[in-house]
Design a protein. Structure first.
Length: 350
């Protein structure tokens, strides 16, 4: 069947949107002349800007009045196919409200959202109840579009790099004194929810050890400026620190992560963006299930302790030794893994 007006529903979060990019690329290859629209929350829309496979970005508002306006807009576009990659009650309801005759989503979608689909895609169910699926999120999304006949081998991520963003990042690096031969190790020490974070003092210790290696500079990155955090890294790293906390907008993250040699981070959006643009990742996992959300592709390293209660997929820690699953990852293990990744040929990833 041919579709001419397609809507992808994947409003959030940033890392999950990156995981859906190969599915969008596969849909574009399958329907090269179709009008492809993506429904996304405003804070994450920049990651889709300039994507050659997407014709239109529609913002999902937060207010009820504006949401009703958006629903009317979506209905007016008369989509003939909606692909819900979010799989929640709200996204399933939105798919139904578009009036599209074909609505595709996961058969085991959460919150009963599957009732709004005309076509439900079954996926392998894992043995443990909290492990929703033993598939990586990228492969889960690809399975949905494969059910439509899309070719999903060799997944393609598209995160464009804009000249203005390249100039801005090069200016920041030049201002910090970065030289052409320097190896740049980016560190993103916090995750958005704050429960997946390796302890900050251990990040600082690892940055200090790495900065003593010849030619290694530390690029500190994060969504918000934090003077106290900057001061801790500055005290440990000195003039080898490139402090970009709070400086980069969402659209610039891909450009920045293309520029560095390695990213060290928790289970958070930066590891998925880095993997998508071909930069090696050293990811630190604790309460979340690494099989489902590790950096996608080859050449990356995941460090985890594997204690009995990890992964638990919970937002609060029930272990008397709070966040032992993260704290038990040693600074030595992180530094040694980072140095091995820095020594591997770039063509392992890029």
């Amino acid at each position: 069947m041919h579709y001419s007006r397609i809507l992808i529903i994947k409003p959030s979060s940033l890392g999950d949107i990156v995981h859906a990019l190969p599915a969008a690329a596969a849909l574009r290859r399958l329907y090269p002349v179709a009008a492809l629209t993506w429904l996304v929350k405003p804070e994450w829309s920049e990651i889709l800007e300039g994507n050659p496979g997407i014709d239109e970005i529609v913002i999902l508002p937060t207010s009820t009045r504006r949401l009703l306006q958006t629903v009317r807009l979506l209905r007016a576009k008369r989509f003939d196919l909606v692909v819900d990659l979010q799989g929640l009650l709200r996204s399933g309801l939105l798919a139904w409200l578009t009036g599209a005759p074909i609505r595709v989503g996961y058969a085991a979608a959460r919150e009963g959202s599957w009732v709004f689909y005309t076509h439900r895609v079954p996926l392998p169910v894992a043995k443990a109840p909290w492990r929703l699926l033993d598939l990586h999120a990228v492969d889960r999304n690809l399975a949905v579009v494969a059910s439509l006949g899309a070719e999903v081998r060799n997944p393609q991520f598209s995160i464009p790099s804009f000249p203005s963003d390249q100039l801005a990042i090069e200016a920041w690096l030049e201002e910090a004194g970065v030289q052409p031969g320097d190896q740049l190790v980016a560190i993103a020490p916090l995750d958005r929810r704050g429960v997946r974070s390796w302890p900050l003092e251990q990040f600082v210790a690892a940055a200090s050890a790495l900065s003593r290696a010849h030619g290694v500079r530390i690029v500190l990155m994060g969504a918000s400026a934090d003077d106290m955090m900057s001061a801790q890294f500055r005290a440990a790293v000195g003039d080898k620190l490139v402090d970009l906390l709070g400086k980069t907008r969402v659209r610039q993250l891909g450009t920045l992560l293309r520029r560095v040699n390695l990213l060290i981070a928790n289970d958070s959006a930066p590891i998925h963006i880095a993997a998508a643009v071909g930069t090696p990742v050293l990811a630190l996992f604790g309460p979340t299930y690494h099989v489902r959300s590790r950096p996608y592709g080859n050449g990356h390293v995941v460090l985890r302790t594997g204690i009995s209660c990890s992964p638990c997929e919970k937002l609060t820690c029930a272990n008397p030794n709070q966040f032992e699953c993260l704290r038990a990852i040693s600074v030595t293990d992180v530094v040694e893994a980072a140095m091995r990744l820095l020594e591997q040929p770039l063509n392992v990833i890029r």
